[in-house]
Design a binder for this molecule. Structure first.
Ligand code: MF3
Ligand code: CO
Ligand code: CO
Length: 267
């Protein structure tokens, strides 16, 4: 997302609890969906499950109607980088699919995504997923109170480069709060201007690296106006967490005991 340059928003202790609650619900939604992400299910069915779970808990899917987006979640398969629209397409053995979930709870947004491996996948695909996951945690663990946003992009880019992967530049992480997207923008490559964006305690933001097997360039689907693909149609993977910078360091808000934990090895 491209953002107009405004100062970041610092959250009060009460506001931080609002963000914690929204992110926790969003993570529980991911927990709910995880067992359904299997060969033979359509992305439309996953969307319906997410929609119903969210409404039945009294919350709001943030994506539905956002700038005219037609569904409740994003489902990005293989060469789709992000913002894939759920539809009739069935998941099949050998695919990777990213589920990007965002929920509004009492006005606060929680945002996260996870790439799932469908059945047996080629070693090359597995490696891309692993390196992308690891790069997210490297981005998180490099941070201390008052670190700059630049450090996130630097460690993610360096890690991806070691394996010959490219990092998407056209889409980035973002501040989050009572709006979906706020300052600071969080590029996943070392962008000079992000040196001036300091993560003081109280800043809440996402890290959501998209790594490509081929080139970093993307193309937007002209027909639906949303689906972002790699320009060379090679694979792309992504993971995302919502992070709160506290006086003690970064706190991952969109995490439960289920799903891949830090250090997880995909197989
Ligand atoms: N969840 C995405 C992000 O991480 C944004 C999706 S916007 C939508 O920023 F409209 F495509 F849903
Ligand atoms: Co996000
Ligand atoms: Co997201």
């Amino acid at each position: 997302m491209k953002l107009a340059k405004r100062p970041p928003v610092y959250k009060t202790p009460q506001e931080r609890d609002g963000l914690r609650t929204a992110s926790r619900f969003n993570a529980e939604l991911m927990d709910y969906l995880r067992p359904f992400v299997k060969p033979g299910i359509s992305t439309e069915e996953l969307d319906k499950l997410a929609h119903e779970y969210t409404l039945s808990h009294g919350h709001t899917p943030a994506c539905l109607g956002y700038k005219g987006y037609p569904k409740s979640i994003c489902t990005s398969i293989n060469e789709v980088v992000c913002h894939g629209i759920p539809g009739k397409m069935l998941l099949k053995e050998g695919d990777i699919v990213n589920l990007d979930l965002t929920t509004i709870v009492d006005g606060w947004y929680g945002d996260q995504s996870e790439t799932f491996i469908i059945g047996e996948i080629p070693d090359q695909t597995l490696k891309l997923v692993q390196v992308t996951f690891d790069s997210l945690y490297l981005g998180i663990r490099t941070l201390k109170p008052n670190s700059s946003v630049f450090e996130i992009g630097k460690v993610i880019f360096d890690h991806a480069s070691k394996f010959g992967y490219s990092v998407v530049r056209d889409y980035q992480g973002h501040g989050i709060g009572k709006q979906f997207h706020q300052e600071p923008g969080v590029p996943h490559f070392p962008h000079p201007s992000s040196q001036n964006d300091i993560l003081k305690p109280g800043v809440c933001f996402t890290i959501e690296p998209m790594l490509n097997l081929g080139g970093y360039e993307t193309s937007l689907d002209r027909a639906d106006g949303w689906t972002v693909r790699t320009r060379d149609r090679m694979l792309s993977a992504q993971f995302e967490h919502t992070i709160l910078m506290t006086e003690d360091g970064p706190e991952i808000l969109t995490l439960t005991k289920n799903g891949p934990q830090e250090g997880h090895k995909f197989e």
